[in-house]
Design a protein around this ligand. Structure first.
Ligand code: ATP
Length: 301
């Protein structure tokens, strides 16, 4: 479990995180979304004790990171995959981490296998591709078999195979009952990976929602086509719907779902040629939510 309560973090004059509160529960993948500079990495750094909070709290399993007795066994994180010394061999890097945290080296072989790096365990990290470094970073996060995992922009720069692999891994970690927080600035990616979304902008909470609730919130009505649009308009309006004609002869109906529209039309013998619920894409929803909180606004054309 991750709990962030009224967290504020200032760097000099920069307010990176501004009274942010959210909870990440076990068994779910929570996407941590926000434009560049929104405060995602800062929040994760505070959760991991790499930076102190200016005020408020960031707790892992009910305590501050510094107070965890065996931190690697409670929380694993991938922050910056480039951070490993290039001269080290993959096995030695993890072996050193394991030893300094009281974890047996048998676990090193296990996590290397799990992330698909068993074949290059004795190779120097300097020759690793970005995707391999990312996998090594994830192996390090998994080393202590922790119940809480945080991945900061794990798919950045990966090829489609790497992206799919991370998506499946993250989902399987949550399915095992772990608490998983994954940051991204891309809604498209989170839509495929996350159950819940915590959206922030300029350090503040914008939305804390399930993916489904967000899609529902941005539902734009139902597109309906009929050879008798005028009759259908009257019938749907009488049933309490809002009806608007759209170019091309179709109608957009709000306030009635697909079943209610079908039933009303059937009761009056009006044929329907199309009934399509229309939602804004989650990408559009995200753009709307974060409009005004991006670090660099695009100049109007
Ligand atoms: N060590 C630091 N010193 C000064 N300012 C910082 C520091 N770290 C972050 N900031 C500032 O805090 C704000 C939040 O940055 P942060 O890296 O947390 O955002 P982010 O959401 O992770 O963005 P990105 O996707 O670009 O990594 C930014 O304005 C950033 O410039």
């Amino acid at each position: 479990m991750i709990e962030v309560r009224e967290l504020t973090k200032r760097y000099g004059g920069t307010l990176a995180v501004d009274r942010l509160s959210f909870v990440v529960k076990p068994g779910t993948v929570t996407g941590f979304l926000g434009p560049n500079g929104a405060g995602k990495s800062t929040t994760m750094r505070v959760l991991l004790g790499l930076d102190g909070a200016t005020s408020g709290e960031a707790l892992v399993n009910g305590g501050r990171y510094a107070a965890l007795r065996r931190p690697m066994r409670e929380v694993g994180a991938l922050l910056d995959a480039g951070a490993v010394h290039g001269g080290r061999r993959a096995f030695d890097h993890l072996g050193w981490l394991a030893r300094s945290n009281g974890i047996g080296t048998r676990r090193v072989a296990e996590v290397l296998e799990q992330v698909g790096l068993a074949g290059v365990a004795r190779k120097r990290v300097g020759g690793f591709s970005l995707g391999m470094r990312q996998r090594l970073g994830i192996a390090a996060a998994l080393l202590g078999d922790p119940g809480v995992l945080m991945f900061d922009e794990p798919v950045n720069g990966l090829d489609p195979d790497g992206v799919r692999w991370i998506r499946e891994l993250v989902r399987s970690l949550a399915a095992e009952g772990r608490t998983v927080l994954v940051s991204s600035h891309l809604m498209g990616e989170m839509q495929l990976t996350a159950d819940r979304l915590v959206v922030i902008g300029r350090g503040r909470l914008i939305a804390d929602t399930s993916v489904r609730e967000l899609a529902d919130r941005f539902r734009r009505g139902v597109l309906v086509r009929s050879p008798r649009p005028a009759d259908l308009t009257a019938v749907l309006a009488a049933a309490g719907g809002g009806v608007e004609a759209v170019p091309g002869g179709a109608l957009t109906v709000t306030g009635l779902d697909v079943a209610a529209i079908g039933d009303a039309a059937a009761a009056h013998g009006i044929p329907l040629h199309e009934v399509t619920p229309h939602s804004a894409s989650l990408e559009e929803a995200y753009m709307e939510l974060t409009a005004g909180s991006t670090e660099f606004e695009t100049a109007p054309k």
